[in-house]
Design a protein around this ligand. Sequence first.
Ligand code: NAD
Length: 256
Amino acid sequence: MSRFTAHTALVTGGTGGQGASHVRAFHAEGADVVIGDIDTGRGTALAAELGDRALFVHLDVSDERSWAAAVAATEEAFGGLTVLVNNAGVQNPPALIESTDPATWARVLDINLTGTFLGIRAAAPAMRRAGGGSIVNIASTMGTGGTAHYAPYVASKWAVRGLTRTAALELGRDNIRVNTIHPGVVATAFITEPAAGADAPIADFYTPEPFAVPRLGQPADITATLLFLASPHAAFITGAEHVVDGGLLLGPALKN
Ligand code: NAD
């Protein structure tokens, strides 16, 4: 398949569990890919593994100058930018709001929310130069309700939803679509490793058995929806939210 021939996709957090899956899939379907991440070791290794049509850029999504450099490097290497996946994200160590350090709050908002804002801001002019594009912001099912001990993360992902809808309104006339995916619980280091400052990973507290699809999500589950949204098949979809959670938000399934 070559749905993305003549496209260039920049994936932030592109060396992580989900990001690397997205990068590999875009590359396999013909795109030039740019792996944006703060993890230089994993990024250079993934770019080397993919070979032609792959570039690693050291990108800290919370840093405006880092974004300018990443978009410039993308255009220089591949002649344009048509797909942006704002996927980089971090969680907070679990804590009640009263015990949450304001520095933790700021760090999570800086990466998850401001990082997405800066990404849209940096990519939009490049996509306009390319004649249009698709931006997909990775939010979370945790950005659709409340979760005790996760106020910074929940707030950041809720805010990404409003940002997405506003960006869709502002950029539609430029042939740029902006959508959100809400992954449920996906088997990556995000849940199997403790967050910075945490003692135990989320996976220790989570069991998928009660839910409609009784398994953890896999990165490929998210990638499939992402590639659809980024493709021309989704040409009439913008400002929309896509829950990919195996039924998690439905609540526990009935037992027979
Ligand atoms: P992951 O921890 O495997 O990957 C996160 C990636 O983001 C890493 O490669 C990390 O280096 C990168 N990153 C962190 N800070 C960065 C920064 N400042 N600039 C650039 N890159 C940075 O986790 P994942 O599961 O692949 O998470 C991807 C996205 O999915 C995140 O936005 C996360 O919030 C979201 N999400 C994950 C789950 C889940 O259960 N895994 C559920 C819902 C939403």
